[in-house]
Each structure stands twice: as structure tokens, then as C-alpha cells.
Design a protein around this ligand. Structure first.
Ligand code: S3P
Length: 173
């Protein structure tokens, strides 16, 4: 059977770019189920992303991400998929995500990300050190991957979740 996977909406972007909040909003408005790759991996592993990084290492987590996206390609129902911020860094994932659906990159400036995450303790890549510097460096390294892996790019700085969702829906028409 031909699978209608292009109906999926995939949200990508750096940590703190609003993927989860925008995903929840789109899920209500479009009446589609929201899947969150981090949450699904945590559920399956029975531990948090931080514990996976600490105990199994980042590479193991990256393999879990790729495996999960491959599984989603076999699903028939169309969904909204909110991805972990590192997902598009692997070339294989960028290809898989585009196959899976319309990839929407939620672009946020380092300043916005820092403001949103300065008190956060759940992102292993931003702990132990100058978070602001880490955000700026990682975002600069990843920017091209996010952009080349996307079908649509939405700037999110100074916009409400509703405004971002509206923009996405208008772009999908
Ligand atoms: C990561 C982002 C996180 C999570 C993990 C690694 C990254 O997801 O997957 O901590 O490499 O940017 P969020 O973007 O949902 O915070």
C-alpha cells in the first residue's frame, strides 16, 4: 500500500525554539495527534534524555532518534511530530524527515533561546558551563543543517505560539 506520509507535519529547530508548544497548538487546530521524539524515546528507555546521555552517551541517543523516525515512516496516520533539537544534524535524519512529511524549521535567535532556557536543567548539552556561549556556538554549527533540511522556515522571535501556528497553517495551504 502506498503510504501517505507527506501529510505529516514535522517541527524542527534548536532547543527552546517552541517546537513542543507550537506542536500542541497545531495538534488542537488541525486535529492531529502530536508525537514528541524525546518523550517517546524517554518512555521506551524508561529514563530521561539526561540519563540516556549520561549513561549511554550522545551517540546512542542519536541512534535511537534515527530508529524512531524510521519506524514512523511505516505509520499510515498523519501526525504532527515535534523533534529533538539535534535531529536534523545527521544527514540520514534530514532525508528521513523529508520523506516523512513537511519539515518546518522554527528559527530562533541565540538571545531568544537563552532567555527561554537560562534556568533549564533538562538539556544535557547546555549544562556545566556558559550556556549562552554553548547556545551561540551550537546554533551557528547547526544553522545550515536546519535550513537545508526544511521545506518551510518560520522565524519565531517575538511571535506568539498562535501567530506561529497561523503562519504554518497559511504556508501549508
Ligand atoms: C538536543 C535537544 C533536546 C534533546 C536532547 C538533545 C539537541 O530536545 O533531544 O537534549 O541536541 O539539541 P529539545 O530540542 O526538545 O530540547
Amino acid at each position: 500500500m502506498e503510504r501517505n506520509t507527506k501529510q505529516n507535519i514535522i517541527l524542527t529547530g534548536f532547543m527552546g525554539s517552541g517546537k513542543t508548544s507550537v506542536g500542541i497548538c497545531l495538534s488542537y487546530r488541525l486535529r492531529k495527534i502530536l508525537l514528541d521524539t524525546d518523550k517517546e524515546i524517554e518512555r521506551r528507555q524508561g529514563k530521561t534524555v539526561s540519563d540516556i546521555f549520561a549513561q549511554d552517551g550522545e551517540e546512542a541517543f542519536r541512534r535511537m532518534e534515527t530508529e524512531y523516525i524510521k519506524e514512523l515512516l511505516n505509520a499510515t496516520e498523519s501526525r504532527i511530530v515535534s523533534t529533538g533539537g539535534g535531529m536534523p544534524v545527521r544527514e540520514e535524519n534530514r532525508t528521513l524527515l523529508k520523506k516523512l512529511g513537511t519539515v518546518i524549521y522554527l528559527e530562533a535567535s541565540p538571545e531568544t533561546v537563552y532567555e527561554r532556557l537560562k534556568e533549564d536543567t533538562t538539556r544535557p548539552l547546555l549544562q556545566n558551563g556558559d550556556a549562552e556561549k554553548k547556545i551561540t556556538g551550537l546554533l551557528a554549527k547547526r544553522q545550515d543543517f536546519y535550513k537545508s533540511g526544511a521545506d518551510m522556515i518560520i522565524r519565531t522571535d517575538d511571535k506568539s505560539i498562535d501567530e506561529i501556528a497561523e503562519e504554518i497553517m497559511a504556508g501549508l495551504k
